[in-house]
Write a protein that binds this ligand. Structure first.
Ligand code: FCB
Length: 471
């Protein structure tokens, strides 16, 4: 006799088998350095703003840090084995700037370079393409002490760092992302203070950091192209289709302001060559100096846009971050452990929004995934994360639909390869498709990882079949 849960899983596996993606579609998993590596001071690594921030009492829910995390610095081989077991063809990871250049500027650290050499070589041996990100939030602390993203010079230092990294790895790494989610690290780090460096400077902080971060991106693009002529260069934004909570003109205006701050500010700058006029007018005196040549630098042509997407945004007029003055509304529905609404259509909507308004040559979903409460390995040896497995099938179905309608979406990266340090949430809200027992560091591919691996594998072995996963 089969139980209801077995039937539910069979139906899900059949849906997964029915998904059709364009030929060559890339399936991968994503991580970031601070969230997985551990080894914060090994082999000459410099301190980063996240190393420093985690020591501030009360900022991390469970008072933890990335000091050990997944011990990836020593166990990268196990993580590559997990990618391989799932049949994934791509791995998106970030370099820790302070591992490569401990003080953020100046001499490179050969032992830091050697670590990523090993990782990249082993990925290539396993047939997995590296997608490298230069900046996933861990600014060297020395640069923070010189003003961090408030200091225009940080943009120049970032371009020098891009040169060091591309010279070291560009012979083997051909996919280069400059920044991960400038909206989040600039605003959560400088406007609301939830993330490192923990500054609470409101809109002025967020917009000042954002301009310098975009400048850093724009200065790095030609450097990467010079060092790696056959590179594909892009940037990753976290974007949300924004809906007004009601038809009240005040809510409609608040939704437009939020869309302007999170989406259009970054997209217009990179793809249209200027910031949106309504946002320049709104920010007014809060803007940092914008030099005449800045717009052209930021709009250096890119080969792809990476989109990180976790939810939609429903906005009403409110009091957050004046003069943005919005309030996030949580519609009735199902919410993840980090309180994000589970709304699969968000991925379809954002793909169309980006394609229709900005037409990047190629789009990747560079992150998508869901947080749950911490899980355990059950007696049968499996981690039955049915909610996450359903999440992936539901969201990938929306990606396949957009691709089928002509949106040039070329790949998808699950966030995230393994349970890891989820910033201010510490280890309380895992997103992994692989479970880690943080006592023993044992990795166990979850049910979601098996379903995802099935989808990835069938995309290069037609026809699709249900593999009867986990039983
Ligand atoms: C994104 C980050 C990533 C992870 C996920 C859940 O904003 O890029 O590091 O924290 O959210």
């Amino acid at each position: 006799m089969t139980s209801n849960i077995d039937n539910t899983r069979k139906v899900l596996e059949a849906r997964a088998s029915g998904l059709v993606f364009p030929k060559g579609f890339v399936f991968g998993a994503a991580t970031s350095a601070y969230q997985i590596e551990g080894a914060p001071a090994a082999d000459g690594k410099g301190e980063s703003i996240w190393d420093r921030f985690c020591k501030v009492p009360g900022v991390i829910t469970d008072a933890t840090s990335g000091d050990i995390a997944c011990d990836h610095y020593h166990r990268w081989g196990e993580d590559i084995a997990v990618l391989k077991a799932m049949g994934l063809g791509a791995y998106r990871f970030s370099f820790a700037w302070a591992r490569l250049i401990p003080d953020g500027t100046g001499a490179a650290n050969q032992k830091g370079i050697a670590f990523y050499d090993r990782l990249i070589d082993d990925l290539l041996t396993a047939g997995i393409e590296p997608y490298a990100t230069l900046y996933h939030w861990d600014l060297p602390q020395v640069l923070q002490e010189r003003g961090g993203w408030y200091n225009r010079e940080t943009a120049q230092h970032f371009a020098e760092y891009a040169a060091v990294a591309t010279r070291a790895f560009g012979d083997r790494v051909k996919k280069w992302t400059t920044l991960n989610e400038p909206w989040t690290f600039c605003w959560s780090g400088h406007a609301s203070g939830e993330d490192a460096p923990g500054l609470n400077d409101g809109t002025k902080g967020g917009v000042t950091a954002s301009h310098h971060a975009l400048l850093a991106h724009g200065l790095a693009v030609p450097v990467i192209r010079t060092e790696v002529p056959d590179a594909a260069v892009g940037i990753v934004f976290d974007l949300n289709v924004t809906e007004p909570a009601t038809a009240d003109p005040r809510d409609v205006a608040a939704a437009k302001r939020f869309d302007g701050a999170q989406n259009r500010w970054f997209l217009d700058a990179v793809f249209k060559g200027s910031y949106p006029q309504d946002m320049l007018d709104l920010y007014g005196d809060l803007l940092p100096p914008i030099h005449p040549q800045d717009n052209a630098i930021i709009a250096a042509p890119v080969d792809y846009l990476g989109v990180n997407i976790y939810r939609r945004s429903v906005m009403a007029e409110g009091t957050e971050l004046a003069p943005l003055n919005f309030q996030r509304i949580q519609p009735e529905g199902t919410y993840s452990e980090v309180n994000y609404e589970i709304w699969p259509r968000c991925i379809y909507d954002i793909l169309h929004y980006v394609h229709e308004n900005y037409a990047p040559k190629e789009i990747y979903i560079s992150e998508n995934g869901v947080a749950t409460a911490p899980e355990t390995v059950s007696a049968d040896g499996h981690v039955w994360d049915d909610l996450r497995a359903i999440y992936y099938v539901d969201h990938l179905e929306q990606v396949a639909k957009a691709a089928g309608e002509g949106v040039p979406v070329k790949g998808y990266f699950a966030w995230t390869l393994t349970d890891n340090f989820e910033w201010a949430y510490g280890y309380t809200t895992p997103f992994g498709i692989t479970h880690i027992d943080f006592e023993t560091q044992v990795r166990t591919i979850k049910y979601s990882g098996k379903i995802y691996g099935q989808i990835a594998s069938q995309s290069h072995s037609e026809p699709a079949r249900s593999a009867g996963l986990g039983r």
